[in-house]
Design a protein around this ligand. Structure first.
Ligand code: 6R9
Length: 636
């Protein structure tokens, strides 16, 4: 058992060394002791970085929902599994026990089966943060259907692209959602999106806001009546270790989103193991991750990781600012939350508000605080430490990605001394490397480079749905025999890692990964736009905000620039979602380009960030004169 729960620094180093010396026996021991298998694996790991192909626990058979639900029923059937806190603070919280979760998941699984969903089928889940979302995810896993959760803040076009990419047969949605004082017409968005999707046969609709939406005959069905008559037991489908568990889309540097495919056994073992260690979860704790299940953080650390450990996991439907900026802290107080996991952008937003919102509440239940999604700046770290943790809660700055499935670099509370802005040390089994631009590993400390991982780990994504070549090109081609993360990092004098940000064309806005290319594609649809380039620039609250450089077509007419800005943002909102809107739009006659015609985003990024002291050599550009023009007209 000692392998599974690390309790001090010496133990960490000991475990880490063991995990690197013999990764296979390390993970084998964990898999053996802590999970339920129908058949044992024949082989712990086989891999080939060239193909690339990675297989963990090959030959093993299991069902992840038995590990997340059934095996806890005897010992903790009446313990809360999911604690649902509604958007409206006056609506009662719902304590769903493991017994109840079992029944709900089985009923939903039986409904899916009755609607013709079989093992391997793709089911798109487009739901707000209500219990049905977690239940739908688990119901898919119960019967071996592959879930593809799409964040319910995405537009109809973004939804349609994702449904079509993986040919989903079904969509599970709700009539609408509550978000603070607003309601959102989710069903309307689905209806609009589905005009462009042929693969969807059935839409199951949860009644959340009672808005009386239109139901399309033969396609749409209210979920509740189907659940009411469904059986509360459903034999789990026996899955192979490497059967796909889910697809989750993440932004890429080129147009279409990448459907990252995660498989069953390795993902389960790794998310469960990291949950236990990074949050030091103990029986009786109440753990709360504020992410949406539409992102990987919610998949791994609201649903699978916590439930695999028999934990109580809070699910919050609302927003941190409703009914006021004290909502998070009210919830911590009300449910006596012990571990709290959020994003730096949320911390920065809340730190701007009056401290009274924090001081009103008793936060003494808290033991561990976490952050994820982007680098946390020092100021936000200290605010979190002082005002929320009262300087007695370790903060875990967890670095990882949709592609990595689970947390990769993070302090372990009470083991790793934390330093603000450092994700610190790799978790057991994780072997980071910093690479230079020539593809050589940079050894030693006090260095920086491109962050790669040089040995497989159990929860790595196995492919991009329908495009293995893109998987290879994106992650395994830049550096030989390495997984390339797309991030830059530095390693300090004691070997701690600090993530310095993306080195590719992805901007992280309020913790959301946004590819610049799809945003540019959306803008370029505007009839007046000739070309555009999007970059990120530092923003006090959002971490980064988006800055757009737009070249207009020469039509001879003069247009109102403010109206154009509005129209451009509306287009982005329709095509991608409001989160991708631009904060600043500069109209320009040209964009700095290399001789091969590639836009020099590095320069544009510097100009947008007001950091023009060192633009580098611009003389080799195709159009060096344009740099001055762009600088002169920059929007401050
Ligand atoms: C889990 C998640 C991944 C990208 C990643 C990096 C950034 C995440 C971070 C962090 C600095 C941290 N990132 N955690 N940067 N410190 N603790 O966020 O997945 O949405 O795929 O984003 O987020 O740039 O490459 P995903």
């Amino acid at each position: 058992m000692s392998n599974y729960h690390i309790k001090h620094l010496e133990e960490y180093f000991q475990v880490y060394r063991k995990s690197v010396r013999n990764p296979e026996s390390y993970w084998e021991e964990i898999a053996e002791e802590h999970f339920m298998w129908h058949k044992r694996w024949d082989n712990v790991l086989s891999y080939d970085f060239e193909k690339p192909e990675f297989k963990w626990f090959e030959g093993a058979q299991l069902n992840i929902t038995e590990n997340c639900i059934d095996r806890h029923l005897r010992t903790r059937g009446d313990q809360t599994a999911i604690l649902f806190e509604p958007n409206n603070p006056d609506e009662e919280a719902l304590h769903i026990t493991y017994n109840e979760l079992h029944d709900r998941v089985c009923k939903m699984a039986n409904v899916l089966k009755a609607e013709g969903i079989e093992k391997g089928d793709r089911v798109c889940i487009y739901l707000p943060m209500i219990p049905e979302l977690a239940v739908a995810v688990l119901a898919c896993a119960r019967i071996g259907a592959i879930h593809s959760v799409v964040f319910a803040g995405f537009s109809s076009t973004a939804l349609a692209t994702r449904i079509n990419d993986s040919n989903c047969k079904m969509v599970i949605t709700s009539d609408g959602s509550f978000r603070g004082s607003k309601t959102i017409d989710l069903k309307g968005i689905v209806d609009e999106g589905l005009k462009k999707c042929d693969s969807v046969e059935t839409v199951l609709v949860v009644n959340r806001i009672d808005s009386g939406v239109e139901m399309k005959e033969g396609r749409d069905k209210w979920l509740q009546p189907l659940l009411d008559t469904a059986e509360a037991t459903c034999e789990p489908e026996i899955m192979d270790a490497e059967d796909p568990l889910f697809i989750l889309y993440t932004s890429g540097s080129t147009g279409t989103p990448k459907g990252m495919v995660h498989t069953t056994a390795g993902y389960m073992v790794y998310t469960a193991f990291t949950f236990k260690n990074v949050f030091q979860y103990r029986d009786g704790d109440v753990y709360w991750c504020t992410a949406d299940i539409g992102w990987i953080t919610g998949h791994s650390y609201i649903v699978y990781g916590p439930l695999a450990n028999g934990a109580t996991s809070v699910m919050f439907e609302g927003v941190p600012s409703y009914p006021d900026y004290g909502r998070f802290w009210e919830i911590v107080d009300k449910h006596k939350v012990t571990q709290f996991y959020t994003a730096p952008t949320a911390i920065r937003a809340l730190a701007k508000e009056n401290l009274e919102h924090v001081e009103k509440y008793d936060l003494s239940s808290l033991k561990v605080l976490g952050t994820v999604g982007e680098p946390i700046n020092e100021e936000a770290w200290h605010w979190y430490d002082e005002n929320i943790g009262k300087k007695k809660c370790p903060i875990v700055d967890t670095w990882w990605q949709t592609e990595t499935g689970g947390i990769m670099i993070s302090p372990i509370p009470y083991s790793t001394p934390a330093i603000p802005t450092f994700a610190t040390l790799p978790l057991p089994g994780i072997q980071p490397a910093l690479m230079d631009e020539e593809g050589k590993e940079i050894k030693g400390n006090q260095v920086d480079g491109r962050l790669c991982i040089k040995f497989p780990w159990p929860s790595m994504a196995r492919t991009i749905w329908g495009n293995h070549q893109r998987y290879k090109d994106t992650y395994f081609s830049a550096f030989k025999n390495m997984y390339f993360t797309g991030d830059g990092a530095l390693r300090d004098s004691v070997g701690y890692y600090r993530i310095t940000g993306r080195v590719d064309d992805v901007v992280i806005v309020s913790g959301h990964n946004l590819g610049t290319a799809p945003i540019e594609d959306a803008i370029n649809e505007h009839p007046a736009v000739a070309e555009s380039a999007i970059v990120g620039y530092p923003h006090e609250v959002k971490g980064n905000a988006l800055y757009g450089y737009v070249i207009l077509k020469e039509t001879g007419e003069t247009r109102n620039q403010d109206n154009l800005r509005k129209e451009i943002n509306q287009l982005i909102s329709d095509r991608i979602g409001p989160i991708a809107k631009l904060d600043k739009i500069q109209f320009t006659s040209g964009l700095p380009k290399t001789r091969s015609g590639k836009i020099m985003r590095r320069i544009l990024r510097k100009i947008a960030s007001n950091d023009t002291s060192n633009l580098g050599d611009t003389s080799t550009l195709l159009n060096p004169e344009v740099v001055q023009e762009v600088m002169d007209n920059v929007i401050k």
